[in-house]
Design a protein around this ligand. Structure first.
Ligand code: MGD
Ligand code: MGD
Ligand code: SF4
Ligand code: MO
Length: 851
């Protein structure tokens, strides 16, 4: 059975995948893979539901016209050639992605920087990892993660900073949980929100938005005051700037003393961090404040210790290695004369880029003002995911040449393309990825290439050949690219870097096919010295950002992820099971703030920021701090009318890394009171002509939530067929069922002008495989009262809250015992934090009742 790697997060789980004769896909965790040892989270487990061909782009398109590959490639090459001839190489840009394979990434970088001669190739990793990269470079002299997953197993204390690990890196989360069970590891979560991750921690520090620099500076000052600075380590391995110790300051955080005691007591400490650190205009300084603490206490390069930046995308790390960011040249080398010379010689490059290119935010600004006239976007959806995505859309609409390579033809970004190129996707493509701990794994194909789709590396090389660079891009398979890339890392080694895969420069085709996951640099790649000229690390003096207040925008808006959706939902949005976790984008708000605004649970609300507006349903939650809001980043124009978060975030970036500040946006919230509300359950996706809609996958079709003003366009919403209707004019209620000639249900529409709408869960189940009568469907509930299943908890085994609470009543006292009784949480385990919360709550209630 083919062994491959998950296409989602940077944990990099190994997967065993198989397509049987009937086309059914079986997915299982690879027990032999060091990243997961057989485990998978909900997203990995349900991959099979996301790889159908529906919506796939299967042939190249120029405008609305399907064309052959020759025509498409000639067209792209011609656009490139004329742009360079008329406006120079810097009028060209590539915007690529941490979801490309290393081999794709390598040839894209080589074409842009070596042959077209522009530094303008940047990646969505700019929105994701750039601050960690900049912090590593400043502290270590190279972008190297100094620890490994095994350090999580060996730590006595784990600090999670700005990371919702239980949702975003669930298999790492399970590893942390295992360490806590095995050796009593203490867990601290530093996050302004009380996430499911924070709920499970020993200590949750609800830091103020962007309060991290102040917090870590103060922690370091406190360790110094307690005599816990490792003077020997500092003398032998670090350079400390003058005046460093004077500027550390204090932090106004309620749990500071408790946190400091934990940090003081546990030298074996790992600090794992992600977007709450990186996506900030003080992101690089946050990274260095964390690294400073580890260096000064000597908590690095030893088992169970280190600052650990965890990567987001499956190949964010591989992209950093090949040099796909505009700010590196190639393979951890920069733009010094010496390094440029080495690279030019290695590639035999005729026109090596002279200087770093534009970083993502600036790159799209240059598209907007006409400096960039050709852009090729691969494996990313910037019309949704970039800050101020409205400006990005305007820029793309103006740009004379937009080429988009994607698996799907109708993404928000692809709508702006002059040329759309169909790429292979997961299960079809072939190459390598590198995960958060520097482990390189193979992605192997187990599905046939659909239609005329092609591998990204091949598309890039086909264009390079047409530009006359055939000699440098004459690869016939990924292994040939991998060998060249591995050889090129030898340049990095000779320049004193730790990146070094040169031993694989002559790997045979067969050995590449059979390649087992391997980690470059070992467990602690910086243990034998840092990558600076003197081998010493740098402490970096960093100061907290100034507090911001704006009376027009009283809230701080935080944005991020849901457990079961991946980014802009082009893939996970196709799975009915994954959709069940959260069907709509919600704005989370503290109860006191909701009360002040007279905003009820489930009501619609308009979020307004200095750059735009979007509409969400309110979720009132104690987990939000007062004065703060949270919305997901996932919904695009494809699945919602106004739920796209990219409308809201200004294009403000960290001065060192260029990473946008996506987590701390000034905002205000205004309740929306539509005249009518409703939802439609239908076989096909409805393009609802109403003011507000969001839609989500269900078994056998779609559910579309709607709201609007004035007349309801019922006829436009419903398919043709036999209609049955009930209505109650007094309450403004209307319910319509549509079936075909044979009585098969095609659609159900429920509308109200002020009353309640029926429970979605029961109707969704009836629509696919239920036994409800027409009368029951129109009533919106079963004739005989059935026990309410409660909110869905376990997606894999379809277990609701009621069953879990019953198990607890029946004596189940641990998550494992609940699992034994109900099966909940026994497959992927992503719902275990919810089960733990339900368990705690009901045990608490029982205790209170007994007292
Ligand atoms: N389910 C799911 N998993 C994913 C992804 C996905 O789309 N869906 N995407 C992958 C990718 S590319 C990435 S980059 C990772 C991201 O993984 P994470 O970084 O864990 O995810 P986010 O939800 O973006 O943000 C993490 C947390 O930062 C907190 N935060 C906000 N502001 C601050 C602050 O000022 N200080 C601190 N300390 N915390 C703050 C937020 O409240 C949030 O809980 O996830 C990866 N995994
Ligand atoms: N407000 C807000 N915005 C954010 C964030 C946030 O926390 N808040 N997080 C940011 C972060 S960390 C990230 S990583 C970005 C992610 O944002 P994007 O990269 O824009 O999101 P994806 O949906 O992953 O886009 C990947 C695209 O590539 C396509 N694709 C998948 N595989 C392949 C392939 O092999 N080849 C090709 N050619 N195409 C493929 C998919 O269909 C999809 O259209 O979003 C950023 N934007
Ligand atoms: S934790 Fe989940 S999403 Fe991440 S690699 Fe593993 S299975 Fe995939
Ligand atoms: Mo990311």
């Amino acid at each position: 059975m083919p062994r491959t790697t998950c296409p989602y997060c940077g944990v990099g789980c190994g997967i065993v995948a198989e397509a049987d004769a009937s086309g059914d896909i079986r997915i299982a965790g690879d027990r032999a893979h060091p990243a997961n040892r057989g485990k998978l989270c909900s997203k990995g487990t349900h991959l099979g539901e996301t790889i159908g061909l529906e919506g796939r782009l299967l042939a190249p398109m120029i405008g609305g016209q399907e064309v052959g590959w020759d025509a498409a490639l000639d067209d792209v090459a011609e656009r490139l050639r004329t742009t360079v001839a008329e406006h120079g190489p810097d009028a060209v840009a590539f915007y690529v992605s941490g979801q490309l394979l290393t081999e794709d990434y390598y040839v894209a970088n080589k074409l842009a920087k070596g042959f077209i001669g522009t530094g303008n190739i940047d990646t969505n990793s700019r929105l994701c990892m750039a601050s960690a990269v900049a912090a590593h470079n400043r502290a270590f002299g190279e972008d190297v993660v100094p620890c490994s997953y095994a350090d999580l197993d060996d730590a006595d204390l784990i600090l999670l900073v700005g990371s919702n690990t239980a949702w975003c890196h669930p298999v790492i989360w399970q590893r942390i949980e295992a360490a806590r069970e095995a050796r009593g590891t203490k867990l601290v979560v530093i996050d302004p929100r009380r996430t499911e991750t924070a709920e499970r921690a020993d200590l949750h520090v609800a830091v103020a938005p962007d309060g991290d620099v102040a917090l870590f500076n103060a922690l370091l000052a406190e360790m110094a005051a307690r005599g816990l600075v490792d003077e020997d380590y500092l003398r032998n391995h670090c350079v400390v700037p003058d005046g460093f110790w004077d500027g550390l300051g204090t932090a106004a955080v309620a749990q500071f003393a408790e946190l400091a005691d934990l940090v003081a007591a546990h030298p074996r400490m790992v600090t794992l961090f992600s977007q709450g650190v990186n996506q900030s205009d003080s992101g690089t300084n946050k990274g260095n404040a964390i690294i400073n603490l580890h260096l000064a206490t000597g908590r690095i390069n030893t088992p169970g210790a280190g600052p650990f930046s965890i990567t987001g995308q499956p190949n964010a790390m591989g992209g950093r290695e090949v040099g796909g960011l505009a700010t590196t040249l190639a393979c951890h080398l920069g733009f010094t004369d010496e390094e440029r010379e080495e690279v030019a010689r290695f590639w035999q490059a005729p026109a090596l880029a002279k200087a770093p290119g534009l970083k993502a935010v600036d790159l799209f600004r240059a598209v907007a003002d006409g400096r960039i006239r050709f852009i090729w976007i691969m494996a990313t959806n910037p019309a949704v995911s970039m800050p101020d995505a409205g400006a990005v859309r305007a820029a793309l609409a103006l740009c004379p040449h937009v080429v988009v390579s994607d698996m799907f033809g109708d993404t928000d970004t692809a709508r702006f393309a002059h040329v759309r190129l169909p790429s292979l996707g997961w299960g079809e493509k072939d190459g390598t990825v590198t995960n958060s701990e520097r482990t390189v794994s193979r992605q192997r194909p187990f599905l046939p290439s659909p239609g005329n789709a092609r591998a990204d590396w091949r598309i890039i090389c086909d264009v390079a050949v047409r530009l006359g660079y055939g000699h440098a891009f004459a690869y016939s398979s990924p292994v040939e690219i991998f060998r060249e890339y591995a050889a090129m890392t030898g340049l990095a080694r000779r320049a004193g870097k730790r990146l070094d895969l040169a031993a694989l420069a002559h790997i045979s085709d067969a050995a590449y096919d059979a390649l087992e996951p391997f980690q470059w640099g070992g467990r602690h790649p910086l243990a034998r010295g840092f990558s600076t000229p003197d081998g010493k690390a740098r402490l970096v003096a960093v100061t907290p950002p100034a507090a911001r207040k704006d009376p027009d925008f009283p809230f701080r808006l935080n944005t991020g992820r849901y457990r079961d959706q991946w980014h802009t939902m082009t893939r996970t949005g196709r799975s009915a099971r994954l959709a069940a976790h959260r069907r709509e984008p919600l704005v989370e708000i503290h109860p006191a703030d909701a009360a002040t605004l007279a905003l009820a649970e489930g009501a619609l609300a308009r979020l307004v920021t200095p750059v735009g507006e979007a509409v969400y349903r309110a979720a009132v939650s104690e987990g939000q701090s007062r004065g703060q809001l949270f919305v997901p980043m996932h919904w695009s124009d494809t699945n919602a009318s106004l739920g796209r978060t990219g409308r809201l975030v200004p294009a403000l970036a960290d001065p060192h890394s260029g990473q946008p500040a996506l987590k701390n946006v000034p905002a205000r919230l205004v309740p929306v009171l539509p005249e009518w509300r409703g939802f439609l359950v239908s076989r096909t996706a409805s393009a609802a002509p109403v003011a507000h809609w969001t839609r989500s996958r269900i078994a056998g079709g779609w559910i579309t939530e709607m709201a609007g003003e004035g007349a309801i366009p019922v006829d436009a919403l419903l398919p043709d067929g036999l209609r049955s209707e009930v209505c109650d004019a007094a309450r403004g209620m209307r319910r319509i069922a549509v079936s075909d000639g044979e009585g098969a249900l095609l659609a159900l529409l429920y509308l109200t002008r002020g009353g309640r709408l029926p429970e979605r869960d029961w109707i969704i189940r009836q629509f696919d495989s239920g036994t409800a009568t027409l009368a029951e469907l129109l009533a919106g509930r079963p004739a005989a009262a059935q026990p309410d299943r409660g909110a869905l908890v376990c997606v894999c085994h379809d277990v609701g809250e009621t069953a879990i609470l019953a198990a607890v009543k029946g004596g189940a006292g641990t998550v494992a015992q609940v699992g034994a009784v109900t099966c909940a949480g026994t497959n992927c385990g992503s719902c275990r934090p919810i089960i733990a919360r339900l368990l705690e709550q009901s045990l608490q209630t029982e205790k209170e009742a007994a007292e």
